[in-house]
Structure formats: structure tokens, C-alpha cells
Design a protein. Structure first.
Length: 339
């Protein structure tokens, strides 16, 4: 069965990015972690003239409740994804088999194959688990996580141009994360999502949010929305709500506020059945994190603003039912590019 994590990129592609990422909001509300496993321009070895342009990268970002976020990046050559025993790497194995097949070092599952895995040294990600270790900037970051979910969604699918998928939308994480001698550990550890994006190039303009409202009864609610520019002045808009075990899809919605400096977004969505959702997501002002991303044509970098510990309020109105309101100060991520 397809899981939305399957590899799209061929290692011969000269212009393409593909990323598997996780957002983990710690259950105690003290902060959030963001991990990225990135493959970029493997056919040309990344962007060799840029110090941040390695073909294979692993990122870790810590968003503390009080304080500036910090990112650490470890780069690897594309040869790290060409294991000696390709056949055993690409066999259709589960997580236990992945551990055995990966014991020799590095690898990448076949294009379109399921289950998926990517491994570079001590860093790897599979369908429902990931590990990593980064030594950069005088800091040591490591993680060993497992995750489970009940909902997945594909917000955008434009074939070769690119896609935006969320294989684990209401993810519950267990395991541990260590930042030097500070260890975060829990069963569960936190809540969030695992995403999978791919494209020929990054968009010049986008706004994205994912909000996870955990439930004491074990079945949380999630909301995800995406807007980006398209040719001829058109805009792509899509949103999905998972609530009460039911999916609501919104293909058109209105935005009454978008502030890329303060990082705030307010939108209203209505589906064909009359369900209406009003959402406001706000970054934490001076704690908004701004990172340079390398362009896939290697012509330079652009800035991405992200707060993975954003504040969110959502009001849901369903026909024949009283309005429901959900809020969180630790379950939302908000990201913007372009003004």
C-alpha cells in the first residue's frame, strides 16, 4: 500500500529537491523540534559552489518556548546514497528489515517503492521511525523517534512539477531527543506531523500551516492549509481538516490577513457540505526563525520564515451543530516565503 513517503527523485536528476520532515511539539509545551532529510540536485552533486548546497543534508532545529530558535545542518555527498549492496537495500522490507538491511551503512529505497527509507551514516528515516546525529557549531544533537498516526493527506500533486504530502498528519511521537547533555524523553514525547515535499524548484511565494490539537481521548484534530503562486498570476489554495474521525477538504478559501514580518495568517474555509472553519495562526514575534534555503538552479538563496511553536485558534461550524473552538500554544507550525 502506498504511504505518501515513496521516493520520487532519481539520483541522475540534475535539478530537483525532495525532503522528508518532522515537526515535534513537546508534550510539556517547553518547545518544538523540526527535522529535515533533504535530497537536492543529486545528478550534479548539489550546488557545489554554495557551502550549504550539499546534495544530501540532515537538518535539526530547536524552537524553545523562550528564546531564539537555532538550526544545525550536516551535509553529505550524493555518493553516500549509493550503497555497495544495492539489491539488499532496495528489498521490500519493514522497519525491522530496514534495520537489518541498513546495518552496512547507507542507502535509499527504490523510486516509488514502499516501504520507504533513506539512510546516511547515523541518520535515517523510514515509514514510522527516524534516527539522527549532527555535530555542528560546537553542538551535538541526536534523536531516536517512533511515530504513529490515523490520518494522512495530499494537499498538492502536480506530477513532475512537485507535490506536498503529509503521510502522518496527527502524529504521536515516542522516544528521545538530546541536545548536548539536555535530554527530552517520553512515551509519548510529543505531537505533530511528518511531511514529504518534492519539486523542480521552490515556489517564490507560499504560506503553509499545520496545526495539531491532541485529544485526551487519543484521537486528535488537525488542520493543514497551503497557498502558493502559479503561472499567469493564479494561486493554488488547499486545506484539510481532520476532526472527529472525519476528513473535510477545502479547495477554495479566503484570507483576511497575511503578515510575513510578524508571521500571522487568518483564513476562512467552507466546503460543499456547509462546514465552515475560521483559523488564525500567529508566530511569536521576535522568536520567528528565518533561514536561507538554496535555490535548485544554484543561483543563490532565499529566506524562509518559520515558527514551529506558533499560536493557533480554530472555530469550526458544522450544519446543525453548535460551534466548536480549539486553541493551542504549542501545536502549530506556520511558514511563509515572499511578501
Amino acid at each position: 500500500m502506498k504511504t505518501l513517503n515513496e521516493v520520487f527523485t532519481k539520483l541522475t536528476m540534475r535539478r530537483r529537491y525532495e525532503v522528508w520532515f518532522l515537526r515535534v511539539g513537546l508534550g510539556d509545551g517547553s518547545g518544538a523540534w523540526w527535522f529535515r532529510y533533504l535530497l537536492m540536485n543529486p545528478g550534479r552533486g548539489g550546488c557545489v559552489a554554495d557551502s550549504q548546497g550539499q546534495a544530501v543534508q540532515v537538518w535539526a532545529t530547536w524552537f524553545p518556548r523562550e528564546g531564539k530558535a537555532e538550526t544545525w545542518i550536516q551535509g553529505f555527498p550524493v555518493e553516500s546514497l549509493r550503497p555497495k549492496d544495492t539489491a539488499s537495500r532496495n528489498a521490500g522490507v519493514g522497519e525491522e528489515g530496514l534495520s537489518k538491511a541498513s546495518s552496512k551503512g547507507t542507502g535509499l529505497s527504490r523510486r516509488g517503492a514502499s516501504p520507504f527509507f533513506l539512510e546516511i551514516g547515523e541518520n535515517r528515516i523510514g515509514e514510522d521511525a527516524c534516527q539522527g546525529r549532527i555535530d555542528a557549531g560546537g553542538q551535538r544533537i541526536s534523536w531516536d523517534l517512533r511515530y504513529r498516526s490515523t490520518f494522512r493527506v495530499e494537499l498538492s500533486s502536480k506530477g513532475w512539477i512537485g507535490f506536498s504530502r503529509t503521510p502522518h498528519s496527527d502524529a504521536v511521537f515516542s522516544g528521545e531527543i538530546a541536545l548536548n547533555d539536555q535530554v527530552f524523553r517520553g512515551e509519548p514525547l510529543g505531537f505533530g506531523m511528518q511531511g514529504h515535499n518534492c519539486g523542480y524548484r521552490h515556489r517564490h511565494f507560499w504560506t503553509w500551516t499545520h496545526i495539531h490539537f491532541p485529544s485526551a481521548r487519543g484521537q486528535g484534530s488537525t488542520f493543514e492549509a497551503l497557498v502558493y503562486e502559479m503561472p499567469f498570476g493564479m494561486m493554488f489554495r488547499a486545506a484539510a481538516l481532520w476532526h472527529g474521525g472525519e476528513k473535510y477538504t477545502f479547495r477554495k478559501f479566503s484570507e483576511s490577513e497575511r503578515d510575513s514580518r510578524q508571521l500571522s495568517w487568518k483564513l476562512e474555509c467552507t466546503d460543499a457540505r456547509g462546514a465552515r472553519v475560521e483559523v488564525r495562526v500567529s508566530g511569536r514575534g521576535r522568536f520567528v526563525h528565518r533561514l536561507p534555503y538554496v535555490k535548485t538552479d544554484c543561483s543563490g538563496r532565499f529566506e524562509v520564515a518559520n515558527d514551529s511553536l506558533a499560536l493557533a485558534r480554530m472555530v469550526m461550524r458544522f450544519p446543525g451543530r453548535a460551534a466548536e473552538e480549539l486553541t493551542t500554544d504549542s501545536g502549530a507550525a506556520l511558514e511563509m516565503v515572499g511578501s
